[in-house]
Design a protein around this ligand. Structure first.
Ligand code: TYD
Length: 200
């Protein structure tokens, strides 16, 4: 079973993934977690290129590097685990590329991004995706004290556009569950668990 988490920076993804790991641990259910971009040696090296605060990067280069990191992770780690019927949790997956590079940066046409996503994922789709939906203003408030990486420096309007992308994806894809991330951590976690229990 493949579960992905999505949302803009500051939506509480890391906390929810931590709570879900604790839930699986308590149940004695085996799982693996990978972050994107990252999760393999090559993908982590690509990650440091992508998130370095000061480097200038052409939008298409950025799009291809996120995709390259993903392809390596899926082939090297994710597909072998899914073949063994294990649970894999992804901290971001190709919906991030659609939302950030497609709607946010407008790096390429959505249909080109769709084709690239299929290539980079080797046609792998999540069974469940949790989109933690948060008002970009609130997300900005939550991340205001943090040191920002290259993506996070993109500014408020960028995150409004990215959010619109996620909203449209969630409306069009049944696997994507939009969760109100303005609720408490405990409430968000309870909703996630209930959806997983229904689908497992
Ligand atoms: P990360 O530190 O993992 O952010 P977070 O903890 O919020 O997930 O950095 C990943 C950044 O890269 C984040 O700003 C989203 C961005 N990103 C894309 O723009 N496109 C992508 O395809 C992926 C996977 C991430």
């Amino acid at each position: 079973m493949l579960i992905s988490f999505e949302g803009i920076d500051g939506c509480g993804k890391s906390t929810q993934i931590k709570l879900l790991k604790e839930y699986f641990d308590q149940k004695g259910i085996k799982y693996s977690v990978f972050r994107e971009p990252g999760g393999t040696e090559i993908s982590e090296r690509i990650r440091s290129l992508l998130l370095h605060e000061t480097d200038e990067m052409h939008p298409i280069t950025e799009l291809l590097l996120f995709s390259a990191a993903r392809s390596q992770l899926i082939q090297e780690k994710v597909l072998p685990l899914l073949q063994k019927n294990e649970i894999v949790i992804l901290d971001r997956f190709y919906d991030s590329t659609t939302a950030y590079q497609g709607y946010g940066r407008k790096s390429a046409e959505l249909k080109s991004i769709h084709v690239l996503n299929q290539l980079a994922t080797h046609h792998t789709k999540p069974d469940l995706t949790f989109y933690l939906k948060i008002d970009p203003k609130e997300a900005e408030r939550r991340t205001s004290g943090n040191r920002k990486d290259r993506m996070e420096n993109a500014g408020y309007q960028f995150f409004v556009d990215v959010s619109k992308g996620y909203d449209e994806l969630a409306n069009n894809e049944e696997r994507i569950h939009s969760i109100d991330a303005m609720q408490s951590e405990v409430e968000v976690h309870a909703q996630i668990v209930s959806i997983i229990e229904k689908n497992h």
